[in-house]
Design a protein around this ligand. Structure first.
Ligand SMILES: [Zn+2]
Length: 244
């Protein structure tokens, strides 16, 4: 298989894993930067993640224009993906989701912060983007590149950003990393609720987050990915371009 074919299969698997693990439901999506062209990205047509097949994956320019739509309808919120790839050359995978435990932190003044070592991938700072600040009363959906770019500015150099009353965006260097970060972001949010009921929370320090991220290697993602593939009933394959 070419690296592109491997990337398409991995993206399908990533969609099914995110659905199986409760990060996306009928809505939410994951994209990867095109392995052969950094100015393009790969993202499914408008479909629930657990239904997605390879033939649903479309190729887009960073401005959201599809290369060959073949009659397929793209996601209305694809601007989130192109805007992040445009602003962050270091990022190769983007998840947008509405995972339920994360939402309350976008609508209150309680910051979502890492308290679990497995959740260090969310980073120490998770900013909140409010669509109303610049765009007024909208459906809250990110339907234009103007909105996407404004969200990307709020994301800055961080690993995730919340979207008030809507969801979040999580970014990573690979599909496996961003799936890992998205699943543990949701878990950290749930644990933060529970911990807050018990008393004051000791969060990870910035130094601890840095130390965890430096130690973390591909084996971390692979160990989780293999298990998640099994749970999602998808074959476990090595990462695109890494086969011997
Ligand atoms: Zn959304």
């Amino acid at each position: 298989m070419s690296i592109l074919e491997e990337s398409l299969e991995e993206l399908v698997t990533a969609n099914h894993i995110l659905a199986r693990e409760g990060v996306v439901d009928s809505f939410g999506h994951i994209s990867v930067r095109h392995p052969d062209n950094p100015d393009h990205y790969l993202l499914s047509c408008s479909r629930a993640p657990e239904c997605i097949k390879v033939e649903d994956i479309m190729e887009f320019a960073l401005d959201g224009e599809p290369l060959d739509a073949k009659g397929r309808d793209p996601y209305a919120e694809r601007a989130i993906h192109g805007s992040v790839y445009e602003a962050r050359p270091d990022i190769n995978a983007v998840v947008h989701n509405h995972s339920p435990n994360v939402i309350p932190f976008g609508v209150t003044d309680t910051c979502l912060r890492p308290l679990l070592h497995m959740a260090a991938g969310m980073g120490s700072n998770v900013p909140i983007w409010d669509s109303r600040t610049k765009f007024g009363d909208t459906t809250l959906l990110v339907t234009t590149m103007d909105m996407g770019r404004d969200l990307a500015v709020m994301l800055g150099e961080n690993r995730a950003a919340l979207m008030r009353g809507h969801g979040c965006v999580v970014v990573g260097k690979s599909a496996r990393e961003v799936v890992f970060s998205s699943i543990y972001l949701e878990m950290n949010a749930e644990l933060q609720f529970k911990a807050a009921m018990l008393g004051d929370i000791t969060f990870l320090s910035d130094g601890e987050v840095d130390a965890i991220l430096q130690r973390r290697g591909p084996y971390t993602f692979e160990r989780a990915w293999e298990r998640w593939c099994g749970r999602a009933d998808r074959p476990y394959e090595s990462a695109p371009g890494s086969a011997a």
